[in-house]
Each structure stands twice: as C-alpha cells, then as structure tokens.
Design a protein around this ligand. Structure first.
Ligand code: FE
Length: 228
C-alpha cells in the first residue's frame, strides 16, 4: 500500500473557526466538502485535540473562511501550526464576527460560509461535523488556494493533527551530512540546502545553526528538531 496515492485527492485550504463562552479560535483545515445542495450542507473533519473542535462541539456552530492562492505562509503558520490554547491567533488578524458568532477571516480570503451543526460522526482521531449553511458570501475574485498548490508551490506540509498528515521521509541529498526534522510540522533541514531565506547558507551543519533559529515553516524552536 502506497499512502502517497492520497496526495492525488484534491482539497482546498481553509480556516475553520468557532466561538463559545467568549472564546474565539480558528485553525487551518483542508478536509471540507459540500455534501448536499438542498438544504446546503457541508462536512468538515476536525482533530479532537484542537481548541476549535472544543468550540464547535460547545456552540454547535462554525465558519469556514476560504483562503486565496496568495495567502502568505505566515498566516498559515499562525492558524495551522500554533494552538489557540497558547496564543490568541486573532489578536493581529483582520476578522469580523458572523451571525453564528464565529470569526470570519477578512485577510487573504476569497469567501466564507457559516453553518449550524446538524450531525456529527466519530472518525477516530477526528470528528466529522455536518453543518447546514446559514450564511455565505464572496470576499474576493482571486483563485482559492488548493492543497496541491500549498504543497507544490508554497512547499507547505501538514501538521500532525491534520487528517492528511503523513510522516515525511528524508529527501534525497547529495551530501552525507545528517538531516534534522521538525517534530512539530515535519519540515526537514537539509545541510546541503541550508535555509538561505533565514541567513543559513548551504553547507551549514545543523549543530552550527544559531540557537535563535526557528523552523521556517511552523516557527518551532531549534530544540524541537530531531536527527533523521
Ligand atoms: Fe516546523
């Protein structure tokens, strides 16, 4: 069985958000689909560990903000690789509250929908929430981000809590220098490539990277990396 066949399943990239008891949160999600037109209903799959899961289960409501192709990695890192239990993701994000009370993201989004829960399905690590759409609209004309674009052009990966996460194998490398992997997001530091965007030239051993360096994908500290 070759699980990489699953990479050929198409998805978009979204921020699913909710609100309960004065707490707001949102997270990046790719597993969203429309399941019926009359009434308009969507299904989303959310990890049971996530704060957004807790808020949706409590409030019975959620919003989905549809990300544009030009969405910067910083926004995806903030909403996809950090927990709302540690930081307030919305503090420096442009948003408005929708009619469900859930925050609708207004930066780098091309549209949104809001839904009220009509059913749930236990999916093991994840819950599938079925929601009837109560409001939706366009927010821009740009192309929506697809999951394939995120992987291929933005070089993005899935966090461990994503339904589509798969452990990443080391990339082929021309050097024998050891590679290190971020234990949070799966990013692999390859010494032969370095991290030029963050002033780490090719050929830099992982041990020689300054301790202040962080994972360029998720922002995790250097000590979160493990040798492969
Ligand atoms: Fe990382």
């Amino acid at each position: 069985m070759d699980l990489t066949a699953l990479y050929k399943v198409s998805y978009g990239l979204y921020i699913v958000s909710s609100a309960a008891a004065d707490k707001l949160n949102g997270q990046v999600a790719n597993a969203i689909m429309q399941i019926s037109a009359e009434p308009p209903t969507v299904a989303i799959s959310i990890n049971k560990q996530n704060l957004t899961h807790e808020l949706i289960a409590k409030s019975g409501k959620f919003a989905v903000s549809i990300l544009a192709e030009s969405t910067p990695m910083e926004l995806i890192q903030k909403f996809g690789f950090k927990s709302g239990r540690q930081i307030d993701k919305l503090a420096d994000t442009s948003y408005r509250l929708g009619q469900t009370g859930a925050p609708i993201i207004l930066e780098n989004t091309v549209g949104y929908l809001e839904a009220e829960l009509v059913n749930t399905l236990d999916g093991g690590t994840h819950t599938v929430f079925l929601g009837r759409i109560v409001d939706c609209d366009h927010l821009g004309d740009e192309n929506p981000m697809t999951y394939a674009y995120y992987h291929q052009v933005k070089r993005g990966r899935a966090p461990k809590t994503a339904p589509t996460y798969q452990a990443t194998a080391p990339k082929p490398t021309t050097s024998q220098l050891p590679q290190y992997q971020c234990s949070i997001c799966g990013y692999i530091y390859d010494p032969s490539q370095g991290d030029p965007a963050n002033n780490i030239p090719p050929g830099t051993l992982f041990a020689d990277i300054p301790d202040t360096w962080c994972c360029p994908l998720c922002g995790a500290p250097k000590e979160a990396f493990v040798a492969l």
